[in-house]
Design a protein around this ligand. Sequence first.
Ligand SMILES: NC(=O)c1ccc[n+]([C@@H]2O[C@H](COP(=O)([O-])OP(=O)(O)OC[C@H]3O[C@@H](n4cnc5c(N)ncnc54)[C@H](OP(=O)(O)O)[C@@H]3O)[C@@H](O)[C@H]2O)c1
Length: 251
Amino acid sequence: MSEKIPADYTPSADLLAGRVILVTGAGDGIGAVAARTFAAHGATLVLLGRTIGKLERVYDAIEADGSPQPAIYPMNLEGASPKDYEDLALTLEKEFGRLDGLLHNAALLGTLTPLHQYDLEQWAKVMQVNLNAPFLMTSALLDLLKASDDASVLFTSSSVARQGRAYWGAYGISKAASDNMMEILADEVETNTHIRANAINPGAVRTTMRARAYPGEEPTKVTPPEAIMPTYLYLMGPDSRGITRRHFDAQ
Ligand SMILES: NC(=O)c1ccc[n+]([C@@H]2O[C@H](COP(=O)([O-])OP(=O)(O)OC[C@H]3O[C@@H](n4cnc5c(N)ncnc54)[C@H](OP(=O)(O)O)[C@@H]3O)[C@@H](O)[C@H]2O)c1
């Protein structure tokens, strides 16, 4: 069962003031806009991604907005080892001592192809970035999330997670499993922590990934990332306190 945030939701300007939020895949697409939007509402952002030039552009945009100074954390989720996640946790512990928000946004589309033709190497890459990375990162950062008095963990879902669709292969399967991981985490942290976990299905959004999946589509006819930010703000901030283990559609 999926749901939407209240239609009249209006986030306050300082909704995320004082919060430390990590966004994966923060250099492009939805992640870049989410990072800039969270910062514009007062959060200190940790911009994690694999292409430093893109992260730097988002950093500059956040600075130009006059938002709190962000931090860049370059990390390629495809090859990251458990030690890399430990190092990330140690760095955040040293710099901030806690984590108030975690948006699992980075993902690989992989190839759209019949299951029986799916390339094994491609399968492993998609599973590593879309499924294993959120698992490893959440596990490594759990103590920092516990140190917050209101932590929100957001997983990024997809329409093809809810119902299997031909040719979506590793991507669809990884997203379905990620939805399940959200529910497991939400259950496990429900008592004795201030952590909540929810999933957002962005819907069709104008990004590089969308253009790759639907090359024939006219991009200007697709919703821009800015338009889905109310759902991201609502679930990341205090207005959704007490809401956990739920599946949201951003459109
Ligand atoms: N756009 C849509 O219509 C749509 C629909 C449903 C769900 N989603 C989901 O929404 C999220 C964002 O998608 P998007 O459309 O914004 O995609 P995008 O434009 O392709 O952006 C994905 C981001 O993830 C990063 N990333 C990919 N592999 C990585 C790796 N190995 N290590 C670190 N970062 C990595 C990319 O970095 P680089 O820029 O360096 O490549 C990029 O910044 C994804 O979880 C996607 O599955 C999107």
